[in-house]
Design a protein around this ligand. Sequence first.
Ligand code: AMP
Ligand code: GLY
Length: 430
Amino acid sequence: MKVLVLGSGGREHAISWKLAQSSQLDKLFVAPGNAGTADIAVNVDLNIMDFKAVKAFVLQEAIDIVVVGPEAPLVEGIKDFFIADPELTRTTLIGPDSKAAKLEGSKDFAKKFMERHNIPTARYETFTKSTLTKGLAFLESLKPPYVLKCDGLAAGKGVLILDSLAEAQDQLKAILKDGSFGKAGTKVVIEEFLKGIEVSMFVITDGESYKILPEAKDYKRIGEGDTGLNTGGMGAVSPVSFANAEFMEKVKNQIIIPTIKGIKKDELDYTGFIFFGLMKVSGDPYVIEYNVRLGDPEAEVIIPRIKSDLLHFFDGIASGTLSECDLEIDERTATTVMLVSGGYPESYEKGKEISGLSTKGSSILFHAGTQIDNGKVVTSGGRVIAVTSVASDLDTALENSFEGAEQVQFDKKYYRRDIGKDLQKVAQKA
Ligand code: AMP
Ligand code: GLY
């Protein structure tokens, strides 16, 4: 089979790394890819939001399967474009159509979906400019902290958690009246704050059957001890000790099954990955958000734990036989430590030469923001390289990831040295 992966981050490198190991693979392309994917696939210089350009390449290379890494092309309708075009019928695109992608692209759509299908989530109401007064009053009825969510995609910055009522009311006015978040803030979901611990769950689905992939914990803040600004993710660990069998059973019965049934009942065209951002509150799972893709850097720890052939699953989606595919998971622990450019998530420099890429010990290096410049591998983004290790226990995996993180060098490299440490403490207590 010929496969095209769309995207250029660590997630897409991890997906491509796995696909490259498949006996069913004939040729692998990544658009636009990075210096890491260039080692295992053919990078294609395509703008993945230009669906006509993607189509032309798919036809030129007779691509069988297109795997969409990030959410933006899905929310903008790349699946709808493929479905509607008779020239593209022999190609399967793995991902939901634009309506189903609203599970990520519209917080209000996702909350209504959860309400309709009895999926546990924080109590909420949605407001617009014309219902601003009611929104201000609703805030008064809640206890702090206050959670405001812009309805649309806002580059991961559309969720505000505020301690004071006055601040929350000011922000609500700024978003709805002054348009501080532009179109993404035309509607605002206000919801109850859930106090608990977060875990990310993933499934792969053809819209009817599903396979549960390994869970992961992501470290979102830039600073050690979970301080400072939010980032795309500074590291991840899988499995997650507090997601024990009893909790996972609840997740399956109260969240995964109702979500799959809801997708079918609402006749949503959904294939591909579902990412459940969950909060464990007093032992029970609640959905914080849906994403219609794999997480990044979660993919860098989940994919290495999948023993089965990932392409077999994509082929199962294409042929309607996903339910017959066997999913085998590696019981060992995977950890990833993200090396980022100094200054990230605010401004940072690019084009720094990266060295030490071949002396990485036992780690796998998933490139996130790299490119090849005059034959050299250089930084091209905030998140640069995810250093993944798989080992029989968390301590060893972390040790190996931190060792790899030291080996890889570039000017102003930064990484969090406390990834996974909270889980080590939990493990010691248990
Ligand atoms: P989201 O973009 O919906 O994932 O929200 C970003 C982050 O805000 C989440 O990862 C949580 O840490 C936090 N968050 C979102 N909603 C809530 C909530 N209802 N209660 C507590 N924390 C929340
Ligand atoms: N790591 C969180 C995300 O991919 O959205």
